[in-house]
Design a binder for this molecule. Sequence first.
Ligand code: HEC
Length: 149
Amino acid sequence: MKKILIGLLVLLVAIQFFQIDKTNPVADEKLDFLVMNNTPPEIASQIQASCYDCHSNKSNYPAYTYIQPVGWFVKNHIEEGKEHLNFSEFGNYSAKKQAHKLEESYEMIEKSEMPLSSYTIIHNEAVLDATQKEVLISYFKEIEKGIKK
Ligand code: HEC
């Protein structure tokens, strides 16, 4: 038993040497979803608070991401999140893809699948109440309608 514990401790110390890359790719502001659409400030700040850590090139890495394997877990969500949707590179998407991503976005909010619950446990400011959900859903729908496919 003692050997196993010591082994685990050594492992825990060893993995601290494998820190995650916390640099954000440089983003061209003109391609940013909120900039492109001149999103009203209250809506923009809610989207930033609820989605941007995982779906933009402006991720914040809190201090606890220096602790492994927590950092790996967070980094994995960010990479996977951006693969599906990157608001910082929204302008690079085709019109069809933009419309599709907006549709997915309001569906995810409707079903309370986004923002991820593992995130909202820690990030209170990301939690969407019923009214905030409505606001974001109708905003994404409005922008989707305006896109010429
Ligand atoms: C903690 C990180 C995190 C946050 C915050 C977050 N997402 Fe995600 N998102 C992910 C990950 C990881 C995936 C890919 C895996 C999955 O679908 O669970 C994803 C997938 C998606 C997808 C693609 C779904 C599909 O079917 O392919 C959309 C759209 C999306 N998120 C929208 C949002 C919106 C809108 C917000 C804010 C209201 C948000 N997400 C907040 C991590 C996050």
